[in-house]
Design a protein around this ligand. Structure first.
Ligand code: DC
Length: 225
């Protein structure tokens, strides 16, 4: 059966990874969370006390501690740098608040984009990030750009944090999300933007199932062609 590449881009907390995971599972495709790779690079930089702009040193760390994906016995995707499981620590505030700086470094992007393209060669893939439709998989058969209001995205993050027992302030979350949007959209290399041939979908007020249904229908249209 024909397998395709699906690129899902959009700003922080627009629901990309949740829906990308479900779509990949339904189709039996590989799911690649590229944000986790930029987060892993940031984790390494912080752990080794580097300046967040020292791109050569960060790339050297990525060579020494390669990023690897694996599965837990319950089927959850795990992220490793070298032998260290960083699945949880890459979601910490310290990483979240520094990742936009590391993700703006050209050498880091070059290295991670090459890895992402290599992974995509293995067959059907659903990849989520900021530059998948524009840079990583410019020939993806389906490109989706998910957006949602800052208020809604902050509220989603707030609820996620509450479920994890992390206390956060909603206004602070709004400010952090808006700041990250700004940095991701205004950097010189591969800024966050919709590819010309992407379908933009506003998920404000739409359930996860609603977004999954929309993307599944678009996928089916392509596979049935
Ligand atoms: O999706 P996320 O929040 O886990 O992404 C973390 C950061 O990585 C985000 O600030 C933007 C950056 N990123 C990127 O520049 N390019 C990608 N393809 C994925 C993420």
């Amino acid at each position: 059966m024909k397998s395709i590449q699906i690129a899902i881009d959009g700003p922080a907390s627009s629901g990309k990874s949740t829906v990308a995971k479900i779509i990949a599972k339904n189709l039996g495709y590989t799911y690649l969370d590229t944000g986790a790779m930029y987060r892993s690079a940031t984790f390494l930089a912080l752990r080794h006390g580097l300046t967040m702009t020292d791109e050569q040193a960060i790339v050297a760390l990525l060579e020494e501690y390669p990023i690897r994906f694996d599965r837990s016995h319950t089927g959850e995707q795990l992220v490793f740098v070298g032998e260290t499981d960083v699945t949880l620590p890459i979601r910490d505030n310290e990483v979240t608040n520094n990742v936009s700086v590391v993700a703006a470094l050209p050498l880091v992007r070059e290295k991670l984009v090459a890895m992402q393209q290599e992974i995509a060669r293995s067959g059907g893939i659903v990849m989520d990030g900021r530059d998948i439709g524009t840079v990583v998989l410019p020939h993806a058969e389906l490109k989706i750009f998910l957006i949602a209001s800052v208020e809604e995205r902050a509220l989603r993050r707030y609820k996620e944090n509450q479920e994890k027992g992390i206390e956060t302030d909603l206004d602070t979350l709004k400010e952090e999300i808006a700041a990250r949007d700004y940095k991701d959209s205004n950097r010189a290399v591969s800024p966050l933007k919709a590819a010309e041939d992407a379908i933009t979908f506003d998920t404000t007020g739409v359930t996860i199932d609603g977004v999954v249904d929309f993307i599944s229908k678009k996928t089916k249209e392509i596979l049935d062609k």
